[in-house]
Design a protein around this ligand. Structure first.
Ligand SMILES: Cc1ncc(COP(=O)(O)O)c(C=O)c1O
Length: 470
């Protein structure tokens, strides 16, 4: 085996973030996955933001358009052309169809210029590419908490850039404020870091909420005043299922009102969530900054979208009847599913942050914590995983500053499996409340111990945990 000294620092340091409970929950699930017939006591995966609700619509389109998957066009095969095509600018027909699809999701209030798109292998690659373009190692991006755990990997790991959290709180529904932005900025400056920008996810993962026009104005005015960049990860833009409607930072009126240069605004998007195609690895950067556009296009060589995928999706997305129906139907299904889940939780006495988007809810389980700390949160997560049999993601893995919040996904399973998970939660809540002797709910308070040390302690305990279920 090669000596550690012969390996790069990148692979020997542990800044990838894979030891987060977010990813460890997936591993636990894979060891014992629920299956109605073969493993009915297994773990139900509710920690994966996957959209399986509209898969039948994609499959129906494919069965009606078999030539798209077999490269047949007007009786001749495009196979050779597709197999040889490898221009990093991407297939023009695909970029045009994708730009129009993005415009359609934004209610056609925005015209996305296909010439300003950079194709990437998913939003993961798009976010990292932007970091390489905008920040030197050690320079910082401000990111509101709670945030998607993958950002620790995507923004920091290979680029050496840093994330400074903008702490948001339950008292105002975790909304971004000018004071929280300023506090994070000053924190970075005190730590002698140069702030290069702010990155927000709108609609938010994990909150399932869209940013209001006033929050967007606060944000845009802030980045404009500081002369820094803004990255908006709009990967969930097509999942907005009820009001208020989604406002993209690409909307001209908003930018004009806040006096911010378009050169500093960059959008990240992907087909992983709205179309439910994470396996196809289709992501995109949309930027009006010529330097970023040119550099990101060159960098996209490291994570291109295969021409086979581009061709198939160019056909699918240029079918306007299909896209209009898909967008509307997918929203309806998400709305119904979220309602079913939220009312099921309500019947158990569990509340969530009010949401209007996403594939998940931000659930308040603080009343079930044995202690109102991050240690209590880890203990509850472990019970959920090993005793209740559901994998949900603790707020601490999203860098939430208040213990007791969990992200619970509802769109990666059938309605029947969702009912089973709600049944499991109901029994668990009843048992916990009986044990607590109906003690009053505890409000979240500040952490007593650091999350990292708690997690290390948890891993050793989890290995020996019994997997019995009620
Ligand atoms: C906010 C956010 N950005 C990026 C990603 C990564 O998406 P992709 O599969 O397109 O790489 C995810 C996936 O969950 C996400 O939630």
């Amino acid at each position: 085996m090669a000596a550690q000294g012969m390996l790069s620092r990148k692979i020997t340091c542990n800044s990838h973030g894979e030891d987060s409970s977010y990813f460890l929950g997936w591993k636990e699930y894979e060891r014992n996955p629920y299956d109605e017939t073969n493993n009915p006591t297994g773990i139900i995966q509710m920690g994966l933001a996957e959209n399986q609700l509209s898969f039948d619509l994609l499959e129906t389109w494919l069965s009606k358009n078999p030539k798209a998957a077999t490269f047949m066009n007007n009786g001749s095969s495009l196979f050779k052309h597709m197999a040889l095509f490898q221009d990093y600018h991407g297939l023009p027909s695909f970029k045009k169809a994708l730009a129009e699809f993005m415009g359609e999701i934004r209610g056609n209030r925005v015209k996305i210029d296909a010439e300003r798109l950079v194709l990437t292998a998913g939003a993961t690659s798009a976010n990292e590419t932007l970091m390489f373009c905008l920040a030197e190692p050690g320079e910082a991006f401000l990111v509101p908490t709670p945030y998607y755990p993958g950002f620790d990997r995507d923004l920091k790991w290979r680029t050496g850039a840093e994330i400074i959290p903008i702490h948001c709180h339950s008292s105002n529904g975790f909304q971004l404020t000018e004071a929280s932005l300023r506090e994070a900025y000053d924190d970075a400056v005190n730590r002698k870091m140069k702030v290069k920008g702010v990155l927000v996810t709108n609609p938010s993962n994990p909150l399932g909420t869209t940013m209001s026009s006033s929050s967007l104005k606060v944000l845009l005015t802030f980045v404009g005043a500081k002369g820094i960049h803004l990255i908006c990860d709009e990967i969930y833009s097509g999942t907005v299922f009820s009001s208020p409607s989604f406002i993209s930072v690409t909307e001209e009126a908003l930018l004009a009102e806040c006096n911010v240069s378009k050169d500093c605004i960059h959008i990240v998007y992907s087909l992983s969530k709205d179309l439910g195609l994470p396996g196809f690895r289709v992501g995109v950067i949309y930027t009006c900054n010529d330097h970023v556009l040119a550099a990101a296009t060159k960098m996209s060589s490291f994570g291109l979208v295969s021409s086979q995928t581009q061709y198939l999706l160019s056909k699918m997305l240029s079918d306007k009847k299909f896209t209009a129906n898909y967008i509307a139907e997918n929203r309806t299904r998400l709305r119904l599913r979220q309602k079913q889940f939220v009312s099921g939780l309500k019947r158990c006495g569990i509340g969530c942050l009010k949401s209007n988007a996403g594939l998940f809810c931000w659930v308040d389980l603080s009343s079930l914590l044995e202690s109102p700390t991050f240690e209590g949160e880890m203990q509850l997560w472990m019970k959920m995983l090993h005793h209740v049999g559901i994998n949900i993601s603790p707020g601490s893995s999203f860098h939430c500053s208040e213990p007791g919040w969990f992200r619970v996904c509802f769109a990666n399973m059938s309605e029947k499996v969702l009912s089973i998970s709600l049944q499991r939660i109901k029994i668990f809540v009843k048992q916990s409340r009986d044990k607590q002797g109906k003690a009053p709910a505890m409000g979240p308070t500040k952490p007593a111990v650091s999350r990292k040390s708690l997690f290390t302690r948890w891993i050793s305990r989890a290995d020996s945990a019994e997997s019995e279920r009620f």
